[in-house]
Design a protein around this ligand. Sequence first.
Ligand SMILES: NC(=O)c1ccc[n+]([C@@H]2O[C@H](COP(=O)([O-])OP(=O)(O)OC[C@H]3O[C@@H](n4cnc5c(N)ncnc54)[C@H](O)[C@@H]3O)[C@@H](O)[C@H]2O)c1
Length: 254
Amino acid sequence: MKIRDQAAIVTGGASGMGAQTARALAGAGAMVAILDRDPGAASRLAAEIGGFAVVCDVASEDSVSQALATARERHGPARICVNCAGIAPGKRIVGRNGPMPSADFQRAVMVNLVGTFHVLAHAAHDMTALEPDPETAERGVVINTASIAAFEGQIGQSAYAASKGGIVGLTLPAARELASSAIRVVTIAPGLMATPMMDALPVEVREGMGAQVPFPNRLGQPDEFASLVLHVVGNPLLNGTVIRLDGALRMPPR
Ligand SMILES: NC(=O)c1ccc[n+]([C@@H]2O[C@H](COP(=O)([O-])OP(=O)(O)OC[C@H]3O[C@@H](n4cnc5c(N)ncnc54)[C@H](O)[C@@H]3O)[C@@H](O)[C@H]2O)c1
């Protein structure tokens, strides 16, 4: 599907891979709505790229529904929806102070998995009202962000890995169901990427992580994620699949 003049939504679009995706989509001519819980960063990026910032907490279905309605009023229903909003809490199942509080596990699943589902369901519903694209017969594409932790979660990543594994499991049945509406669903599973999510770690830890990547022997860059998003949008045969973007990294247990 061509990108120029299409309405696009990027959740988590105020930072990291989402921000770079919003820039890339706007650069390719899309009308971009940045949905993020951080209003300041979302507004700054919207001003930079000529996009539109909408405050949204993806864990709340009401918030997603309202944010999509606001974006729709501005740009029309989106044909391109990229789910990047996510959190990466780390905690052991059995820690020094006892079992992991259920609320911690549930928070990761609510934001990463249920949040992705909220946006997928509401954006796909909006897409069903669109006419098929004259060139590709598509109504739209939804691109989710999992993680290689879905496949090789490390010690301390149980909640995060479970939430991302849920996104992997969601991808094929969503693509199969939405195929009848000509809507594609693809998930990208990044490896270790240099984003503000990583900036929380000390430099030596980040360098050590980059050194684990077989080739290229470094952390991934947000624009490498964004360029894959543009390719997925443009390639109608990509559907119902999970694409690893990881430089052949397979995470060890710790
Ligand atoms: N950085 C990595 O190494 C890495 C690796 C694999 C997967 N991922 C995934 O990629 C995605 C983007 O990560 P990033 O590294 O760019 O992170 P980031 O922290 O730079 O950006 C995440 C964005 O999501 C927003 N967000 C968080 N919770 C939200 C909520 N409830 N509602 C709306 N917005 C919310 C934040 O405000 C932020 O703008 C995440 O889903 C993350 O789990 C990251």
